[in-house]
Design a protein around this ligand. Structure first.
Ligand SMILES: *Cc1c(COP(=O)(O)O)cnc(C)c1O
Length: 372
């Protein structure tokens, strides 16, 4: 049996007529850059997240950057974040001129560990940027309490968390602002590049809208130096179609995760991910932990099962961040997860038979290893 890591085509087939109609509507109105389809999606996405404002932008990296710029972050400022993330989180901080400061993560959720944050706060700290890694929210209440105590902004990196919940609150509704990615492989994926920023602050929303469109307050009146970070019309229209299906798709992922969890519970050599008590995890990535990962992945590949690694190298160990001078051993929990993490196939259209097949092969592999 073949089990791909991800299958965008299966999902496209299930909505192809809706997508075709949406694209045709954009063509008929020639509404290509920003415009009514983006505005419509912004309204729908804000309602979905339970916030007042969503601002559509060109991608998730831009979303985080626009949020940080909108909040006034810049040179001399420090932003606290986690080292076990996709590099975009940290690039967005660097691009403002601010300095990223890493804090290690919680062993179980692999999200920012609130108990370690205050030790990293200095006079220059201006913001905390928790990452809702793999589709599970960071432990936001203590993070928000620390932020209040030290007058820091909180920007959620919700790139992997469209529809994830924390104590019943949606990802993207808890911080001062949040950045979402609609990269095609994300739970809510565009058919191209797109992103959005959410906030409940009307002034911040207005600033971010202005910034993403060359700092214009009206056509050719540029009040601030901005950028072109607009969302394109096709993506807005497609995202509106896909948003209607997202709750079902997230539930399907949760169902697969439950099944994986049941079938892998007592298998030697693999530790399935945990869902925190506070969380509704949407399993953008189903991240298990294994020893001798290369051998594990090779054995599954031989059986037609594709896995992936999120992420093999922590950001502080990347060449691009060598100037921070953070040696191996600086963040032991993040570093251990980079060595052990393996992402099993996860997408809504997986069949139950595929999940069972993956687990059967993992069990077989685990038992061979134990008896060897
Ligand atoms: C995908 C992702 C981003 C960046 O989003 P793009 O749309 O690819 O620019 C940022 N942070 C995290 C955690 C991501 O997974």
């Amino acid at each position: 049996m073949k089990v791909p890591f991800l299958d965008l085509k299966a999902q496209y087939e299930s909505i192809r007529d809706e997508v075709a109609a949406a694209l045709q509507a954009v063509l008929d109105r020639t509404a290509f850059a920003g415009g009514p389809f983006v505005e419509q999606f912004e309204k729908e996405f804000a309602a979905f997240c339970g916030v007042e404002h969503a601002v559509g932008v060109s991608n998730g990296t831009a979303a985080l950057w626009v949020a940080l710029v909108g909040l006034g972050l810049g040179p001399g400022d420090e932003v606290i974040t986690a080292p076990n993330t996709f590099i975009a989180t940290v690039e967005a901080i660097s691009l403002t001129g601010a300095t990223p400061v890493f804090v290690d993560v919680d062993e179980r959720t692999l999200t920012l560990d609130p108990s370690r944050i205050e030790a990293a706060v200095t006079e220059r700290t201006r913001a905390i940027m928790p990452v809702h890694l793999y589709g599970q929210c960071a432990d936001m209440d203590p993070i928000l309490a620390i932020a209040r105590r030290h007058r820091l902004a909180v920007i959620e990196d919700a790139a992997q968390a469209q529809g994830a919940e924390y104590k019943g609150r949606r990802a993207g509704s808890m911080g001062d602002a949040a950045g979402f990615s609609f990269y095609p492989g994300k739970n809510l994926g565009a058919y191209g590049e797109a992103g959005a920023v959410t906030t409940n602050d009307p002034e911040l929303a207005a600033r971010m809208r202005m910034f993403r469109d060359h700092g214009q307050s009206r056509k050719y009146y540029h009040d601030i130096i901005g950028w072109n970070a607009r969302m394109d019309g096709f993506q807005g229209a497609i995202l509106s179609v896909k948003l209607r299906h997202l709750p079902d798709w997230n539930e399907a992922r949760r169902r697969h995760a439950r099944r994986y969890g049941e079938l892998l519970a007592d298998v030697p050599g693999i530790v399935p991910p945990t869902e925190a008590d506070y969380a509704k995890h949407i399993y953008h990535v189903y991240a298990a932990r294994v020893e001798r990962r290369d051998a594990f992945m090779a054995a599954l590949a031989e059986k037609g099962i594709s896995c992936a690694i999120h992420y093999p190298i922590n950001v502080h160990r990347q060449k691009a961040y060598a100037h921070l001078g953070l040696p191996a051993g600086s963040y032991p929990i993040s570093e251990k997860s980079a060595e052990e993490e393996v992402s099993l196939p996860m997408f809504p259209e997986l069949s139950e038979a595929q999940v069972e097949y993956v687990c059967r092969e993992i069990r077989r592999y685990g038992e061979i290893r134990v008896s060897a």
